[in-house]
Write a protein that binds this ligand. Structure first.
Ligand code: OAD
Length: 229
């Protein structure tokens, strides 16, 4: 059985990382256009760096650790002998820390920086500023940006995602509001025989395209469902 898992912010909520869409429609007090677009970075790189610096620091806080849902997925992958792909919209590294190996972070990774001139992608745990010097190109100052996908940019790995969506036998979407495309549309690109399972606290705009809805916390529902397979 070929298994495709898609995760969103809901899977990391119980690890203490806030989800994106609060009741006020703001993202930690910011409008998305002010912090998560290429235009925002051009207009006010300091603000954008500060926003991601805060998140990067928080991610490395010792209280932030993978939860039972991340762990169950890693264990399932270890014991699974057919194809498996875990596509995450999350920019945290909690799947990798839990031991998942075939992880495709389609919206980038907070613990990486990218050079806007050379395209180099570099492991990065410190703050980034407009004065940050490229670690191997000392002449390049202020060229590093967070290696995250902003609104208006193309997510990572779309060909691999499209290919596996068509071939998988089981598609599981966990903790995603299904509001941001193309991730939200993956369920509709799965093949006719694929079983689609949605795990979320609530219904989403894509719920009608799933065969099974499991409503509850990811830390409970994900281990329970994977054990039932
Ligand atoms: P959202 O914050 O939009 O949605 C989180 C979803 O998780 C909601 O549907 C909640 O009901 C659900 N949820 C919350 N806690 C949960 C729990 N403990 N167990 C199960 N479900 C839970 O996050 P995403 O769907 O991941 O993109 O957001 C998608 C994209 O929008 C993000 O990757 C980001 C953002 O803007 C970019 O930055 C490009």
């Amino acid at each position: 059985m070929k298994v495709f898992v898609l995760t969103g912010a809901g899977i990391s909520a119980e690890s203490g990382i806030p989800t994106f869409r609060g009741d006020d429609g703001l993202w930690e007090g910011h409008r998305v256009e002010d912090v998560a677009t290429p235009q925002a970075f051009q207009r006010n790189p300091k603000l954008v760096h500060e926003f991601y610096n805060k998140r990067r620091r928080f991610l490395q806080n010792e209280s932030v650790v993978p939860n039972l849902a991340h762990q169950a997925l890693a264990e399932f992958e270890r014991d699974h002998d057919d194809e498996f792909l875990l596509v995450t919209q999350n920019i945290d590294d909690l799947h990798q820390r839990a031991g998942s190996r075939q992880v495709l972070p389609m919206h980038g990774e907070l613990l990486k920086a990218r050079c806007t001139l050379t395209g180099d992608v570099i492991e990065w745990r410190d703050d980034l500023t407009v004065d940050t010097v490229h670690p191997t190109e000392p002449d390049l100052v202020g060229t590093l940006r967070p290696h995250v996908v902003w609104f208006g940019e193309t997510p990572i790995g779309l060909d691999q995602i499209a290919d596996f969506a068509q071939r998988c036998d089981l598609f599981i979407a966990i903790g995603t509001s299904a509001l941001v495309y193309p991730a939200a549309g993956i369920v509709q690109s799965t093949g006719p025989h694929c079983r689609c399972v949605e795990i979320n606290l609530d219904d989403t705009p894509q719920s009608s395209h799933f065969d099974t809805a499991l409503r509850g916390k990811a830390s409970v529902e994900v281990p329970r469902f994977l054990q039932s397979l």
